[in-house]
Design a binder for this molecule. Structure first.
Ligand SMILES: Cc1ncc(COP(=O)(O)O)c(C=O)c1O
Length: 509
């Protein structure tokens, strides 16, 4: 109780509550103005500033001393962050799996952070829990998982893949020795013989998950891929048979529906069949390829995903949602009990028995953002088809990009696109060593980043240096992609010329 009702509580001035709504509105406007001013001025995806130069500007910042006003803090932030931000909405940002975001996702961010809902328990979220469950159910339907399947929002693909590996591990033990659950007793002795099979091109979070789960990197067997960069199912069958012959136990296979570099989709139905035969868990990492779920033209490329025991979906990659927004889905809801812990203060067993929906029962996290609202508003305002059409548009853009890239004799293009990436490299028509070609490709990317005119990615394939485009922007035109192609060829030729000249000079002496 306050001592005196007329006495003003100083905290009331800066906490968000019914008495600070004017300031809230003002701040919201200030934030919108600041972003609009910066966005209106953005002419390239990045300023090109180096980490050293930017770090120097932070050296004088003293966090023990607040600034005199909100405006001053925002002004400072403009210099330290926004001036040199990396802008994913820019058409020449084609580096990583970052998408431009929908207006409804941004609207949702404002709402969910203002209410500050946490969707761990019903008593902290009420309707938000039901909104998340509805979006989960909608996604299960898109995947084609049957009645009795379940899902939960996560921070992204890494956490979803961790959940998949955890459930694969613990459900194995639950099936064989139900009285000896891993969550109670830890790993059994035979755990050292468990093996997880995945393509050599799958995401590193599979290795990381196995390390975290006490299985170690060694438990992950990398299966070779075919000429289309898809896991070779014949080699998978051989690898599983060989493991068995060596006394090892195949407990799971991870297929990737959209590899990070190539966008290739592993043969899902064939892998499902092998898993069925070996009674191994079948996980599909569709963190990237999930965009096809709403595609009108290319949904068939995900055929077989409905056979999965579990699926990773990242709405923040190919559903145009803001970071973070991902989810994990499982064919049989009962497997989620392996992550359930009942705490008296939060989600007692009695609440479950009364039918109270506490989402924390299904999650690795406790306090958890209400990210589902972003998908909810995107579906309610834009609709499923708009999202699918946008992804289809990016696929069409990538096909045209491929057509342009293969027309240049100076470029080696590794694959036809199945989703929206292109891996390729500059290889001069003149005599250069393998090391020099690698180095030139590294320099092309560094040079583009330093100039800020375009952001592209790089990767290695079989030890060689490549460049990568990741297209996720349906507003990007092929002319803009053409500009990037020409800029990188121009840089490549200049770098190759310098090296040849050096070689000739050395030869002449
Ligand atoms: C295929 C795949 N799976 C998982 C992940 C990890 O997702 P996140 O960054 O959302 O944790 C990525 C990230 O690029 C990915 O490409």
């Amino acid at each position: 109780m306050s001592k005196n009702n007329s006495e003003k509580n100083a905290f009331e001035e800066w906490l968000f509550n019914d008495k600070t709504l004017d300031d809230y509105q003002r701040n919201t406007q200030l934030a919108a103005n600041l972003i609009s001013q910066h966005m209106a001025r953005v002419s390239q995806p990045f300023s090109g500033i180096t980490p050293q130069a930017l770090a120097a500007e932070f050296a004088e910042i003293d966090l023990t001393q607040p600034l005199p006003s909100t405006e001053a803090a925002l002004h400072e932030l403009s210099q330290l962050w926004l001036r040199d931000a990396v802008w994913f909405h820019h058409p020449r940002y084609i580096a990583h799996l970052n998408c431009p975001i929908t207006l409804p996702t941004l609207l949702a961010e404002q709402l969910l952070s203002a209410v500050n809902t946490s969707v761990d328990t019903w008593d902290q979220s009420a309707g938000a829990t039901l909104i998340e469950q509805k979006v989960v159910d909608w996604t299960l339907q898109q995947i084609g998982l049957p009645q009795g399947s379940e899902g939960i929002f996560t921070s992204g693909g890494t956490q979803s893949n961790l959940m998949a590996m955890l459930l694969a591990r613990d459900s194995r033990v639950a099936k064989e020795t139900p009285e000896r659950l891993v969550k109670h007793h830890g790993l059994p002795a035979e755990a050292s013989r468990w093996r997880i099979f995945t393509s050599a091109l799958s995401h590193f979070s599979i290795q990381k998950s196995c390390a975290l789960l006490g299985l170690g990197y060694e438990a992950v067997i990398a299966v070779d891929y075919d000429d289309d960069y898809k896991m070779d199912s014949t080699k998978l069958a051989q690898a599983m048979a060989q493991a068995l012959a060596e006394g090892l136990i195949p407990i799971a296979v991870v297929a990737t529906a959209g590899t990070t570099d190539f966008g290739s989709i592993d043969p899902l139905a064939e892998i499902a069949e092998l898993c069925h035969r070996h009674q191994a868990w079948f996980h599909v990492d569709a963190a990237y390829g999930c965009g096809l779920l709403t595609s009108t033209q290319f949904r068939h490329r995900l055929t077989g995903i409905e056979l999965a025991d579990s699926v990773t979906v990242d709405y923040h990659k190919s559903f145009f949602q803001s970071v973070s927004c991902g989810a994990f889905f499982v064919r049989e809801a009962s497997h989620l009990r392996h992550v359930t812990v009942h705490a008296d203060y939060l989600n007692p067993l009695s609440a479950k028995q009364e039918g109270t929906p506490n989402l924390v029962d299904k999650s690795l996290q406790t306090t958890r953002r209400f990210d589902a609202l972003k998908m909810w508003l995107s579906l309610r305002i834009l609709g499923r088809e708009s999202l699918g059409d946008a992804f289809d548009q990016v696929i069409a853009l990538t096909v045209e990009t491929h057509r342009r890239l293969i027309a240049y004799p100076q470029l080696e293009v590794l694959h036809a696109p199945e989703l929206t990436t292109q891996v390729f490299r500059f290889h001069s028509t003149s005599e250069l060593s393998a090391n020099q070609v690698d180095e030139i490709n590294q320099q092309i990317r560094k040079g583009l980043t330093r100039s800020g005119e375009a952001m592209i990615a790089a990767t290695k394939v079989k030890g060689k240096q490549y460049l990568k485009f990741t297209l996720l922007n349906p507003t990007t035109s092929i002319d803009e992609i053409q500009q990037v192609i020409e800029a990188l060829i121009h840089r490549g030729e200049a770098l190759a010329g310098q090296r040849l000249q050096r070689k000739q000079t050395v030869g002449a002496h």
